[in-house]
Design a protein around this ligand. Structure first.
Ligand code: ADP
Ligand code: MG
Length: 629
């Protein structure tokens, strides 16, 4: 027997692992299984050139055996094994590049109590010491007549002695410590295999007790714990529609059918296989608005689960997507720089985002009924994408739909398609708190008359969309209340009449300005297109809608007082009557009361708040009294 101290760096990793506050200890099994699976891969490769290599014992499998009484867990494979030199090299040192880096990061992670870092990537064989106070490795290589036994408590030293093991391969015996006793329970092992190693490409079998109908133990049998078949690694043509749907259910806990699945095998700058699902219905179990919710596809490396939710693989706005991504371009072990692998993830993320967007577009076109159902539940997230993701802004904007003045529901492309006058390159919208509110706007009259459709932006997030989406495919987004609205050219005659009207109203407008003046009004002007409205308020170009103002304030943001434009409808008989009164008596009390009334009804017309409600009601009552006389 010989005793050896661990190489300095190995000792450090061990110390960090065993003393870390690291919570996800159970990944040790994933690591040991993946080592056994690697050993099988190596044997497979050897057998290609050496046909006698496998010999009589040629069944590729990994076996587990647990002893609950003695707290021992055994993981066994009958493949390459290790000779004495390999034992020292592989289990006594960490002779891999990048290890220093990892140790530094690990150290930092420990200091910052950020234990997630270790969880994301494999920590290898030594993770066994997170759950065991002693580990024995008995191993025999094909090219050695002697078997060896490696033993350590994972502190500072290990022992190597010869062993009487006669069969080829490696047997790892973990003496599970008191705190982790439940790791030898059959149900627990089954759970861990299902969770982390279900798709490992060799059978993982465990010795379980065989029972008869009465529940009496009649013997032992080997039971396979993993499924092995991972549908994302298969070719698209070999997977049935039903299998896709079935897998979606187990993956997402959503028992409705998804809108679509996206199955891809990419071999380019990075290679990966992915199977993503777009939901259709709302998932009862998921709150999309919960900022702490884990999201993102599962990440597998070489058939081994690395992360349940890898949020580095999709942008936040795509948090409704579930799925699986598998790549071999990320190391499973500790030995490579993590930063480097993040660059890989970033590339995959770009690719996946593109795929999802094009799948959504396909559904918008070819699967409108289901797509509309999807939009009902997830338009909010798409609109968030428009706001945050400047890179794909137009592309995402083309995926949402809006209700319109003419009672349709259209995407921006469809709206443009329907436009009679495309040369103007204008998309008209009206924004407000609700459909009812925006439809009452007097500014829509001329659009009805002119048979021009207007998009109704009445979802609260639309206010944010409007902040960033000023243009779509070179079409300018213009508010129906804007000065820029020009549905038809004025004739010369109309132009002339307009000029006269302006002159005629000039001093009345001045008086109005002086009477109802406040810091909220920027200017007072005439608008002949206000239908039957008396006065109306609108937002100046580049100004902020009252809805947006309210929302910003609710979010705790400082917003300066927003100025509005007050418009008078010269075609309204009440306006004419007021002007008449004005020409008779400049200082008319009635006129000033009428003006206050006209202003407040303009505020109410856009569902705003009247400042002095009792006074306004008193005025109304006075008017009503006159009416009854
Ligand atoms: P990694 O798997 O990333 O190389 P590990 O710490 O998990 O790192 O394992 C260290 C090394 O020990 C492996 O590279 C392998 O050479 C050897 N090893 C571990 N388990 C086995 C096994 N079951 N059979 C043969 N060799 C093994
Ligand atoms: Mg390993």
């Amino acid at each position: 027997m010989s005793q050896h101290n661990f190489e300095a760096e190995t000792g450090k990793v061990l110390e960090l692992l065993t003393h870390s506050i690291y919570s996800n200890k159970e990944i040790f099994l994933r690591e040991l299984i993946s080592n056994a699976s690697d050993a099988i891969d190596k044997a497979r490769i050897k057998s290609l050139t050496d046909t006698n290599y496998l010999g009589a014992d040629s069944e590729f499998q990994i076996t587990l055996d647990a002893n609950t009484e003695k707290n021992i867990l055994i993981i066994q494979d009958n493949w390459v094994g290790m000779n004495e030199e390999e034992l020292h090299k592989n289990l006594g040192t960490i002779a891999k590049s990048g290890t220093k880096d990892f140790i530094e990061k690990l150290q930092k992670a420990k200091e910052n109590a950020d234990n997630n870092l270790i969880g994301q990537f494999g920590v290898g064989f030594y993770s066994a010491f997170m759950v065991a106070d002693k580990v024995e490795v008995e191993t025999k290589s094909n090219d050695s007549d002697t078997a060896f036994k490696w033993t350590s408590d994972g502190k500072s030293a290990y022992e190597v002695s010869t062993s009487d093991k006669t069969s080829r391969g490696t047997t790892i015996r973990l003496y599970i410590d008191e705190a982790n006793k439940d790791l030898t329970a059959e149900w627990k092992i089954k759970e861990l295999i299902k969770k982390y190693s279900n798709y490992v490409a060799v059978p993982i079998k465990m010795q379980v007790e065989e029972k008869n109908d009465k529940g009496e133990v009649t013997g032992n049998k080997l039971e396979q714990l993993n499924d092995m078949k991972s549908i994302w690694t298969k070719s698209k043509t070999s997977v049935k529609e039903e299998e896709y749907k079935e897998f979606y259910k187990t993956l997402s806990m959503d028992f409705n059918e998804p809108l679509a699945h996206i199955h891809n095998n990419v071999e380019w700058i990075v290679s990966y296989k992915s199977l993503l699902y777009i939901p259709k219905e709302k998932n009862m179990f998921i709150n999309m608005d919960d900022p702490n919710r884990e999201f993102g596809p599962k990440l597998y490396v070489k058939n081994v689960l690395i992360l349940d939710n890898c949020k580095d693989l999709l942008p936040v706005w795509l948090r409704f997507i579930s799925g699986v991504v598998e790549t071999s371009d990320i190391p499973l072990n500790v030995s490579r720089e993590l930063l480097q692998s993040n660059a890989t993830l970033e590339k995959i993320k770009k690719g996946l985002t593109k795929k999802v967007m094009s799948e959504l577009k396909k559904n918008l076109k070819n699967n409108p009924e289901n797509y509309d159902a999807f939009l009902k539940n997830y338009a909010m997230q798409l609109k968030e994408g428009i706001y945050y993701e400047s890179e794909n802004r137009e592309e995402i904007a083309s995926l949402v739909k809006f209700e319109t003045l003419q009672g349709k529901t259209l995407s921006l492309d469809e709206y443009i398609e329907n436009l009679e006058n495309k040369e103007d390159k204008k998309i008209y919208f009206i924004a407000g708190k609700s459909k009812q509110e925006v439809l009452a706007s007097p500014y829509l009259a001329q659009f009805k008359e002119n048979n021009t459709d207007v998009l109704l932006f009445c979802d609260p997030v639309d206010q944010f969309t409007l902040q960033v989406l000023k243009e779509f495919k070179e079409f300018k987004l213009i508010s129906a209340t804007s000065d820029e609205v020009k549905l038809k050219e004025k004739t010369q005659e109309e132009e002339k009449k307009n000029e006269e009207l302006k002159k005629d109203f000039w001093d009345f407008l001045e008086l109005t300005k002086n009477t109802i003046w406040s810091e909220k009004i920027e200017k007072v002007e005439l608008n002949e297109n206000l239908w039957n409205a008396l006065w109306a308020l609108k937002t100046p170009e580049n100004g902020m809608d009252p809805q947006m103002e309210k929302m910003m304030k609710a979010m705790g943001q400082e917003v300066p007082a927003q100025k509005r434009i007050l418009e008078l409808n010269p075609n309204n008989s009440l306006v004419s009557a007021m002007k008449e009164e004005f020409s008779k008596d400049l200082k008319s009390q009635k006129l000033s009361e009428m003006m206050n009334y006209a202003y407040n009804q303009a505020v109410l017309l856009e569902w705003g708040e009247v400042e002095n409600m009792p006074e306004f009601i008193a005025t109304l009552n006075k008017f009503a009294g006159e009416y009854l006389k």
